[in-house]
Ligand binder design. Sequence first.
Ligand code: NAI
Length: 511
Amino acid sequence: MLAKALPPGSVVAVIGSGAMGAGIAQVVAAAGYAVKLFDTRIGAADGAIAQIGAIYARLVEKSRMGAAEAGAARARLRRVDSLKDIADAALVVEAIVENLEVKRMLFAELEGVVGDDCILATNTSSIPVTAIAARLMRPGRLVGMHFFNPVPLMALVEVISGLATDPAVAATVFATAAAWGKEPVHARSTPGFIVNRVARPFYAEALRLLSEQAADAATLDAIMRQAGGFRMGPFELMDLIGNDVNFAVTCSVFEAFYGDPRFTPSVLQREMVDAGFLGRKSGRGFYRYADNAPPQPSQEPPCARPGSVGMTMAAGARAALAAPLERRLVAAGFALGEHTPLPADADGAPAFHCGGAALFLTDGRSATVRAAATGHADTVLYDWFEGDARRIALARADQCGQAAWAAVVGMLQAAGFAVSRIDDAPGMLVMRTVAMLANEAADAVHQGVCSAEAVDLAMQKGVNYPRGPLAWAAHIGLDYVVGVLDKLAASYGEQRYRVSPLLRRQVAAAR
Ligand code: NAI
């Protein structure tokens, strides 16, 4: 729906001037709107305005804002001491305490103050917009406007419609967020909205691998950053967010979906919270912040470059899967001669061969299971990596010999990778995480939460993922990703890895 943004100069009231309210006020005033800040805590609104003024001043120093522009933006910020003073607001953005009853009371009071056309928006991160609106006289004017922290830096705004939200109101808020320089997406009010739901596997799969002792936190983080291309690893991000906050979000999504095993919280993370190991804010989480020397990721010692490397090719799309590693090996000067097929190649997956080892991209089975299936003991698997990755994760079959393993490590080191071994966990780390992110994204689309474009944009702009999960799965190959999930489900025997009906359908349609 095409809708106009509220015009610059309109009055936007921001209720609550804590971390989020202050960030929202900063952005809105800079975009040319008159901001009225209200907070029940004495001094909070003034403090926020002073803090925003200081930020504008720093932006001027760095030439990222003109001095006149900063002065004008600062002059558009006003503290108000009573809700009655916001009667002229065209839009109210609420960013107070995360409590349904308190928010309901605030909006009921606001309805008695503002004009009939005023739009009411809540920045709630977890309370259903439908529930907040339920007791309003005009529930159609209430919409979710979910910003991400820190607001000035994170572009995403989820525009959340509850059951009663007027589509025209959601469209106006969408256009207004865009006018503020944000990247809005539409979403329905469902547990976790888009980002807090679709991001769960980013933490959950890493937590599971840590619980299963696949590798330590520093190694898993390094793989996600340096192979997966994520800006932060899951453990350093959980430590930054706070394990208590992250665990609470997981629990709230899990409960809101009536215990769907897809969202089962981690026993390990629960223990971290119980211990008070909350992350940076408590000095200890998955890492200890007092330590001068943070733990380094484990990696294999240097191994000799093997003399020759061969490849058995597969046809079509499966060959494309091997192309990224093939390119890296060719660039490192390996001739990659056609290899006589080994029993290991029986299932038709492309393989790299050196020193007797067969190296495959993980397909959701463990290396040990694949070695047993083909009878080729010296089987090694590599995890998904993004094109110019500095690190690669490997898993070796329990049956694999040391010489074959060393040949694979030497080959990959020669191709410029730091090699991190993780235990032989099905689906490894990056592949398993990407498959589960895409699965969750597909379910959100399947259940009408948002469009495919919206979920991909949301994960890039709300949590900085290097690719949207659905585009990422398409890049790897949807049928391959579905195969990974099916094999994970078979390995663990859990509903957690069940495939989204939408992914299944898209794979069938493409055949
Ligand atoms: P905060 O605790 O930093 O700020 C809340 C402010 O609201 C405080 O200054 C408090 O005095 C004020 N307040 C409380 N009750 C009030 C009332 N009845 N009327 C007026 N002011 C009142 O909290 P934060 O982090 O800014 O969160 C605010 C809202 O934004 C919550 O609903 C939260 O779930 C949501 N949110 C928070 C994110 C985050 O990362 N912190 C991200 C996205 C949404």
